[in-house]
Design a protein around this ligand. Structure first.
Ligand SMILES: C[S@@+](CC[C@H](N)C(=O)[O-])C[C@H]1O[C@@H](n2cnc3c(N)ncnc32)[C@H](O)[C@@H]1O
Length: 350
C-alpha cells in the first residue's frame, strides 16, 4: 500500500499557486507553501492516519489536511506562525467571529489609554493608522485565535496601504512618502469576513515546539505521514518583513526568536539530521515522509535540495521528483538572478 503510494503519488506542475481570498491569504507569511499544490498531494493520501508537519509555519498543510478530514499535527517554533496556524484550525461560527471583531473595535475606539507604537514600527504608518492599531492591540490577548491572525494580517495590509500599496515582496519596509491614512478598523472587519473559511475541527493540533525535539511531544511509532516544506539553509528569514513590524509592536525580542530557529548554514546539516532522526523515531514502520525542497544558492553554489536531503536521511527507500518552480515570486527571483532553479519533492518510506 505504502510502496504503491510512494511510486504512484503525483506532483504535477500547477500554473496558479495563490488564492488570496482563501484562509491562507489571512497573512503573507514568508515561505508559505502553495495551498493549491498542497491540496494536490493531500487529495492522494488515504484519510486514515495521522499527518505531521514538523515545520508547519502558517499552517497551510495542517489546514488542508483537516479539510480532507485527515488528523494533522503541526509543529512550529516561530510564535507568530503558531498563532496563524492555530487560527486556521480552531474556528467558531462566522456570526460569532464578526460579532467578536465588532466588539473589539467598539472597545478600541472607546478607550482613553493605550500604548504608543514604538518608533521603529511607527515609521511605516500614517500616525492616525498607527494609533488605531495600538488601540486594537490592547485587546490582542483576549482575541480568539482567528482574530489574532486577522490582526497580524491587517497590520501587514495597513503597512502596505500607508505606503501606497507600493511594497512588493522584495521592498517591504521601504519608506514611501507621504504616508496615506488607512482605516485600520475597517481593514480588520474586512479581513475578518474575507478569510473566514472554516473546516470542521477533527482533533488536529499545533504545537509551539522545536522540530529537533519531536520525541518530547509525540509518541514513538505514531505518525503515518510527514508532509512539510523545511526551512532552507540561511536563505529565508522567517522573522523579517512584516513579522519584524509585528514583533516591534509587541516589544518581542526578534533576534532571540530568529536564533531559536533552524536557519544558520553552519549548523544546518546537523540540525536537519537531528530532525530526520526524530522523524524516524515518531513515524510508524511504512510511514511516508514527503519534503518539498529545491535548488538553492548558498554562498554562490547551487545545492540540489533533493540530493542534499537524500544523503543525510536515515531512510532507505527514496524517490525524488523534480519539476520547475511554480509561483510568480520564484519566477521573478530566477529572472533577476539569471537562474533556472528546480524544485524537488523527496519521498521516503520508513
Ligand atoms: C518553509 S517554512 C514553512 C511554511 C509553511 N509550509 C507555510 O505554508 O506557512 C519553514 C518553517 O520552519 C520553521 N522552523 C525553523 N526552525 C524550526 C524548528 N527548529 N522547529 C520548528 N519549526 C522551525 C520556520 O519558523 C518556518 O516557519
Amino acid at each position: 500500500m505504502v510502496s504503491n503510494l510512494m511510486t504512484n503519488i503525483k506532483f504535477e506542475k500547477i500554473d496558479s499557486v495563490n488564492n488570496p481570498n482563501s484562509i491562507h491569504g489571512i497573512y503573507p507569511y514568508r515561505g508559505k507553501i502553495s495551498a493549491i499544490d498542497v491540496e494536490q498531494v493531500i487529495r492522494q493520501l488515504p484519510r486514515k492516519g495521522i499527518l505531521l508537519d514538523p515545520f508547519c509555519g502558517s499552517g497551510t498543510i495542517v489546514y488542508e489536511a483537516q479539510k480532507r478530514d485527515i488528523k494533522a499535527i503541526g509543529v512550529e517554533l516561530n510564535p507568530l506562525a503558531v498563532d496563524i496556524a492555530r487560527a486556521k484550525i480552531y474556528l467558531d461560527s462566522k456570526a460569532n467571529v464578526i460579532k467578536e471583531a465588532e466588539q473589539i473595535i467598539k472597545k478600541a475606539k472607546a478607550i482613553k489609554q493605550f500604548k504608543k507604537m514604538p518608533q521603529q514600527a511607527l515609521r511605516h504608518f500614517h500616525f492616525e493608522t498607527a494609533e488605531e492599531i495600538m488601540r486594537v492591540a490592547k485587546f490582542f490577548n483576549e482575541m480568539s485565535d482567528y482574530l489574532k491572525a486577522v490582526f497580524y494580517g491587517s497590520v501587514a495590509l495597513a503597512a502596505r496601504g500607508c505606503n501606497g500599496y507600493k511594497w512588493t515582496s522584495s521592498t517591504v519596509g521601504k519608506d514611501i512618502n507621504p504616508k496615506i491614512k488607512i482605516d485600520f478598523y475597517k481593514k480588520f472587519i474586512y479581513k475578518t469576513k474575507k478569510h473566514f473559511h472554516p473546516v470542521e475541527h477533527n482533533g488536529s493540533e499545533i504545537f509551539f515546539h522545536d522540530a529537533r525535539k519531536l520525541t518530547e511531544i509525540l509518541p514513538r511509532n505514531s505518525i503515518d505521514y510527514v508532509f512539510t516544506s523545511p526551512p532552507y539553509f540561511d536563505c529565508l528569514n522567517y522573522t523579517a518583513y512584516y513579522a519584524k513590524i509585528i514583533y516591534t509592536i509587541f516589544g518581542q525580542d526578534r533576534l532571540r526568536i530568529k536564533n531559536s530557529l533552524i536557519q544558520n548554514y553552519s549548523a544546518y546539516i546537523d540540525d536537519m539530521k537531528t530532525v530526520l532522526d526524530e522523524l524516524n523515531a515518531v513515524c510508524k514502520k511504512g510511514a511516508l515522509i514527503i519534503f518539498v525542497v529545491g535548488d538553492k544558492k548558498v554562498h554562490g553554489k547551487t545545492i540540489n535540495g533533493g540530493q542534499f536531503f537524500k544523503k543525510i536521511s536515515p531512510f532507505e527507500r527514496c524517490r525524488i521528483v523534480e519539476r520547475e518552480y511554480t509561483g510568480s515570486s520564484s519566477q521573478i527571483f530566477d529572472k533577476l538572478n539569471k537562474t533556472k532553479r528546480k524544485e524537488q519533492i523527496i519521498i521516503w518510506a520508513k
